[in-house]
Design a protein around this ligand. Structure first.
Ligand code: SF4
Length: 109
């Protein structure tokens, strides 16, 4: 009787361990995806302040080209239609597609 309880506990432990090991790579992928999505550049970030980054390009005082925004910038690697995307100058952190900073460089056609 006592051996049956021990065997059942051991089987359960082995089964749960196997499930945990099988799920580990997927959990890591999910966690890293979530961390990237939360990594938005803020206007108060020291680098963003140095570059005059504004999440809303229309509020950037030094902007002279009305068509210039992050989505038209060569450093922006977001997909068309996305609200935000990675910027190479901010180590891949996300910037607003409608944002702008003084480092803006026109994306080649
Ligand atoms: S470098 Fe380009 S994509 Fe990055 S914040 Fe400045 S304008 Fe936006």
């Amino acid at each position: 009787m006592a051996n049956d309880t021990f065997d059942n506990s051991r089987r359960r432990f082995v089964k749960l361990t196997a499930i945990g090991l099988a799920a580990a790579p997927f959990a890591n992928a999910l966690l890293s995806g979530r961390a990237t999505a939360a990594d938005m550049v803020t206007e108060s970030d020291p680098q963003a302040m140095a570059l005059g980054y504004k999440a809303d390009a229309t509020k950037a005082e030094k902007r002279t080209d009305a068509t210039a925004d992050c989505v038209t910038c060569n450093f922006f690697s977001g997909k068309p239609g996305d609200a935000d995307g990675p910027c190479a100058l901010f180590q891949g952190k996300l910037v607003s597609a409608k944002g702008w900073c003084t480092a803006w460089a026109k994306k080649p056609a």
